[in-house]
Design a protein around this ligand. Structure first.
Ligand code: HEM
Length: 457
């Protein structure tokens, strides 16, 4: 394992470790909280000027922010940092405690072994027909001149593709719509609970809290129904749900019902929120840079001709894929990541105490002028063969690094490239009245409320 700059036994270098500098601009008592709330992206992006590791004060609490790419890599690769902290606690009502996204240690390793085969590179082509079918269903539903609510459309297709590919079966079709409606309510409610942590006030039975609780209960019920139906069918298709139902623990015993349940949610939920968010950013890019959309259209014509785009074409749609990658560089759906240290650690010569909350921002790292020429400019060609190598290690990691790296990187790239090709070849877009392109900074990063008019090519 590569643990650059990390020494998990700081006692061997006792006395030489420095305290990270405190980030500039903090206020007495409030610390950096107001800056973080007012402009989280700008605040995180400015931190590198203060140091490679800096301390942030949030009221009485100190949080450690890692800003240099080699150290974000070291953090993600070190066994001294685990998944814990306020962000994960706020997600627990949704994700549970026994799913792969929140488990740590041996349980996490075992769970990754169970789910990994469904995401392996050689497993992805089998999902191709569903991805293509969903991409065409999307563009065929749109009418010329129709104003699209891009948020709804993007989440819908993302949920349907994850659910149908990973938990196969025709019964998924109706349920995918229900999952979609529930997740939309839950994601906006979770965001509110994260930025305005009013604790017990969220238990008061006002309509918004009731709606949140109803969606949460329905999602949990849905997952139980999916599991029960699959068992009742007696069928064992070669998919992720079968792998979860057949999984055994360290002692060779079948895993418990709660773990199966949490696993299904922990895979469906991040899968839908992230892909949906990137697709919204992609549609914004296609609208604001019509010349890129035209080039994608040309590439599709050259590679595919007049037949429909198929999964097998994705490998050759290199320009389209580079637009997807560049979109994820500038608008990473997962814009912030957190860890907690389990021991006192040396991170790049800085002392990180045991039990510290540590954060880093793929958004800030991927827009750093020290790592990227014309760092704010959208340039898909920076990912042409031979040029991507100029990027420092770990400076571009929209799927994360290390043992928590997204298992779905190949799946998601194939899905997003196919969707982008099908959409850009069929339509161009312009903003409709009320379209709100400002970033919405929640659990994920995405445009706040895109309303686009679809115009056929
Ligand atoms: C983890 C990004 C799509 C399932 C992660 C992490 C990132 C990420 C950055 C690492 C979190 C960390 O280090 O703490 C993305 C992006 C996606 C995407 C940008 C789409 C463009 C998906 C999809 C699925 C999925 C489609 C499933 C269908 C997961 C799971 C984890 C994860 C289960 C937790 C892994 C673990 O903790 O071991 N994702 N993801 N993701 N992602 Fe994704």
């Amino acid at each position: 394992m590569n643990v650059e700059s990390v020494n998990s036994r700081p006692t061997t270098v006792a006395g030489t470790l420095r305290e990270p500098p405190v980030a500039g601009g903090g206020l007495p008592l409030l610390g950096h909280g107001p800056q973080l709330v007012r402009d989280p992206l700008g605040f995180m992006a400015r931190l590198r000027d203060d140091g490679d590791v800096v301390r942030i004060r949030l009221g009485p609490k100190t949080v450690y922010a890692v800003t240099a790419p080699h150290l974000t890599g070291a953090l993600a690769l070190s066994p001294d940092y685990i998944i814990a902290g306020p962000l994960w606690e706020s997600l627990e009502s949704l994700l549970g405690k026994e799913g792969v996204a929140t488990a740590n240690g041996p349980m996490h390793r075992r769970q990754r072994r169970t789910i990994q085969p469904a995401f392996r590179l050689d497993a992805i082509p089998a999902y191709g027909p569903v991805m293509a079918e969903e991409a065409y269903a999307l563009v065929e539903r749109w009418r010329s001149g129709q104003v699209l609510d891009v948020t709804t459309e993007s989440f819908r297709v993302a949920v349907r593709i994850s659910a149908r590919c990973l938990m196969r079966g025709s019964y998924m079709d109706d349920r995918a719509d229900r999952i979609c409606a529930d997740l939309a309510t839950l994601f906006s409610g979770m965001y509110q609970r994260m930025v305005v942590p009013l604790g017990p006030l969220y238990r008061i039975p006002v309509p918004s809290n009731r709606e949140f609780n109803r969606a949460l209960a329905d999602l949990h019920l849905l997952v139980d129904e999916i599991v029960a139906d699959r068992r009742a069918s007696g069928q064992k298709p070669d998919d992720l749900l079968t792998a979860l139902l057949d999984a055994t623990d360290e002692n060779g015993e079948p895993i418990g019902e709660q773990e199966i349940h949490d696993q299904v949610i922990a895979i469906l939920t991040p899968g839908s929120e992230t892909v949906g968010s990137v697709l919204m950013s992609l549609l914004l890019v296609l609208t604001e840079h019509p010349e890129l959309a035209d080039k994608i259209g040309d590439e599709v014509k050259r590679v595919v001709g007049d037949r429909p785009v198929a999964f097998e074409d994705v490998r050759e749609l290199t320009y389209t894929a580079n637009v997807v990658v560049e979109t994820m560089r500038l608008y990473p759906a997962v814009w912030i990541l957190t860890r907690r240290s389990v021991a006192e650690t040396d991170l790049g010569g800085y002392r990180i105490p045991a039990g510290a909350d540590v954060i880093y921002s793929p958004y800030a790292v991927q827009r750093d002028r020290r790592s990227f020429d014309r760092h704010e400019e959208f340039d898909p060609d920076r990912w042409l063969p031979g040029r991507g190598g100029q990027v420092p290690k770990h400076a571009m990691a929209p799927f994360g690094v290390g043992n928590r790296k997204c298992p779905s990187d190949h799946f998601s790239m194939a899905e997003l490239t196919l969707l982008t090709a099908v959409i850009a070849a069929a339509y161009r877009f312009e903003h409709a009245p009320g379209s709100d392109t400002r970033p919405r900074i929640g659990i994920t990063l995405r445009p706040r409320g895109l309303k686009l008019r679809a115009l056929p090519r």
